[in-house]
Design a protein around this ligand. Structure first.
Ligand code: SF4
Length: 114
């Protein structure tokens, strides 16, 4: 599988392969971070998710994000959880808005003070 490493602007083109015994090989990376990236993209791809949630009594929404990356397969459930959520003010940056979103073990946190 070909992919581009997104860990730095160099954008190395990686070739990631998995053999029948499960061994993953990564080539094309100029540094160890590329090998880690290629391996995780093949075995368990993850992404940070950002979004907005409604604020009770205001038209302006609250910007939020996952505290750490979550599995790509949980992104839709996470976005649905954001859509279903309304927060009460006040909120500070870093406050947990949704704990353990979509069963990922990762919290949704505020990225603004309101
Ligand atoms: S492999 Fe290393 S040098 Fe290449 S894009 Fe990834 S982080 Fe940058």
């Amino acid at each position: 599988m070909k992919m581009i490493c997104i860990n730095c602007p160099r954008g190395c083109e990686l070739d990631v392969e998995q053999t029948a015994d499960g061994t993953v090989t990564v080539t094309g990376n100029a540094c160890p971070r590329g090998e880690d990236y290629g391996r995780s993209e093949l075995v368990n791809p993850t992404r940070m998710v950002t979004g907005l949630v409604r604020v009770a009594g205001l038209r302006k929404p609250l910007p939020v994000k996952t505290k750490t990356a979550i599995p790509k397969g949980k992104i839709d459930a996470t976005l649905f959880a954001l859509h279903q959520t309304t927060v009460q003010l006040p909120v500070k940056i870093g406050d947990v808005i949704i704990p353990d979103v979509a069963g990922t073990g990762v919290d949704i946190v505020a990225t603004a003070n309101m």
